[in-house]
Design a binder for this molecule. Structure first.
Ligand code: FAD
Ligand code: NAD
Length: 475
């Protein structure tokens, strides 16, 4: 007999697993089907984020930032260290242990909330049936009142740059290197390129990044992107803008990359080449031809603002649908859908999704950039506060960067907040909360911030919006 559920979630990443847990919390009978296979062939829930994305990258970023600080900042604190040595195997073991702990935690959460974990490939058939093919090839069919598709994304590949997993690799491979490449090429100076470029540069690689666009970090506020470019240069990342890659060829133990810039054709020789040019929605084998779910021209599953697909009671969330490919965006969509299925209120505020780049300095923003606000025709006021004027940042030996607030000139509403500097990813949460409640710059001005904290930078940036900053010169 077919197994019957209220909700079946296909995909156990940050889009799928929170949806399953929330649906179970709502009293529904839930199964979560997931086919992730790690490099050792083992299965783990958590999808790209926990196994090969957010978590392992942050583990390595943290380790290598400590290394960098030990080498370059401890002396300023009066701490002499000699013979700082890297044990890459130990660093990678730590990364793997963190991943294992976090992915194992999902199974514990499923058990505690009553979600049935199902390992294998899920395929949506007509009539809200899900065919599951186990790793041993066995097939079974599950039935559900509601199905949530959360199959995620996979790296984009470039024609003429053939992935071999050894010399020409993707971000997952680049998280698991067992030696430090002497010369590392990265195609794409986006989020992955900058995070992984920082990791391997700090470990000693010569890193060259080839970015097709002429402008660096175009999605970030102009002032932030300018400041970031300066710091990445100082770190030693050679970022070449306007570089169009024609082809890459493996020749023995090196890779030759041919690309063109305004100056003409050039060749870059590296030991390993990472392709980090974005990701595409992953739907291989997900939809039977008569399943009825539709996709756009780029392969994203079409959904409305509540993540409903073209088929009643079939929903889709996370990287496989439109919007930023971010774990927290998928999570909120999953929770929204699970609540809507249970007849509760559910909504995602797509205008207030924070972005963070976990480099040093860290970069974080929410809402509109100054350029976007101006292009939208809105009359704005801008306040900026440098971390160089923050006592806490000075005490941390992290005076680089600033916090910037873009507010509407007419009603003072905060339209965007942009931070480059220490703990930017943590500080942005206050801005997200403020914008979620449509706060004005004055609301932030009148909110007491503890002293001395990094969060005072936001307070002062809010004051600077009205040229009333206390701890920096108002311009
Ligand atoms: P995924 O995490 O991709 O999960 C989908 C799951 O579904 C996978 O386990 C997959 O195997 C499974 N699946 C697919 N098809 C089927 C099927 N037919 N049957 C069964 N199972 C199936 N985002 C952030 O917000 N912060 C970060 O710091 C961050 N860092 C990143 C670093 C890297 C290197 C990368 C690559 C990504 C990073 N991201 C980060 C992006 C983040 O990983 C994704 O946005 C997030 O994982 C998307 O979640 P998802 O659940 O939609 O998809
Ligand atoms: P991305 O979109 O951030 O950056 C890709 C970069 O590659 C862009 O700058 C693009 O202009 C460039 N590019 C595209 N084609 C090119 C070509 N042919 N030659 C040279 N450059 C080219 O994508 P990504 O860095 O691959 O990351 C994928 C997704 O994962 C992103 O959507 C991101 O949101 C997510 N992610 C998030 C985090 C985080 O939140 N900290 C970290 C890593 C990844």
């Amino acid at each position: 007999m077919n197994e019957q559920y209220d909700v079946i979630v296909i995909g156990g990443g940050p889009g799928g697993y929170p949806a399953a847990i929330r649906a179970a919390q709502n009293g529904l009978k839930v199964a979560c089907v997931d086919e992730w296979r790690n490099r050792d062939g083992g299965h783990a829930f958590g999808g790209t984020c926990l196994n090969a994305g957010c978590i392992p990258s942050k583990a390595l970023l943290e380790s290598t930032e400590l290394l960098h600080r030990a080498r370059h900042e401890f002396a300023a604190h009066g701490i002499g260290v000699s013979g700082v040595a890297v044990d890459l195997a130990a660093m990678q073991k730590r990364r793997a242990t963190i991943v294992k702990t976090m992915t194992g935690g999902i199974l514990a959460l499923f058990k505690a909330s009553g979600v049935v974990p199902v390992e294998g490939h899920g395929r949506l058939l007509a009539g809200n049936q899900v065919e599951v093919t186990g790793f041993d090839g066995s097939k079974r069919t599950l039935l559900a009142k509601d199905v949530i598709l959360a199959s995620g994304s996979t790296p984009l590949r470039l024609p003429n740059v053939p992935h071999d997993g050894r010399r020409i690799v993707d971000s997952w491979d680049a998280l698991e290197f067992d030696s430090v490449p002497k010369r590392l090429g990265i195609i794409g100076a986006g989020v992955i390129g900058l995070e992984l470029g920082s990791v391997w540069r700090r470990l000693g690689s010569e890193v060259t990044m080839l970015e097709a666009l002429d402008r660096f970090l175009p999605m970030a506020d102009g002032a932030v992107s300018k400041e970031a470019q300066r710091h990445f240069k100082k770190l030693g990342l050679d970022i070449q803008l306007g570089a169009k890659v024609a082809r890459a060829t493996v020749a023995g133990d090196r890779v030759e990359v041919v690309y063109t810039t305004a100056a003409g054709e050039r060749t870059l020789e590296v030991d390993v080449l990472v392709v980090a040019v974005g990701r595409r929605p992953f739907t291989e084998g997900l939809l039977a031809p008569d399943a009825g779910v539709t996709q756009d021209e780029r392969g994203f599953i079409r959904v409305d603002e509540h993540c409903r697909t073209a088929v009643p009671r079939v929903w889709a969330v996370g990287d496989v649908v439109r919007g930023p490919m971010l774990a927290h965006k998928g999570k909120e969509e999953g929770i929204m859908v699970a609540d809507l299925i249970a007849g509760r209120y559910g909504e995602v505020n797509y205008r207030v999704i924070p972005s963070v780049i976990y480099t040093a300095p860290e970069i974080a923003w929410v809402g509109q950039t100054e350029e976007q606000a101006k292009a939208g025709g809105r009359s704005i006021k801008v306040g900026q506060f440098p971390f160089a004027a923050s006592g806490r940042a000075r005490a941390m030996e992290s005076p680089a960067g600033f916090a910037k607030i873009v507010a509407a000139a007419d009603d003072d509403e905060i339209l965007g907040v942009h931070i480059i500097g220490p703990m930017a990813g943590e500080l942005i949460a206050e801005a997200v909360l403020a914008m979620e409640y449509s706060a004005s710059a004055e609301d932030l001005q009148r909110t007491i911030h503890a002293h001395p904290t990094l969060s005072e930078a936001l307070h002062e940036a809010a004051l600077a919006v009205d040229k009333r900053a206390i701890d920096s010169i108002n311009r």
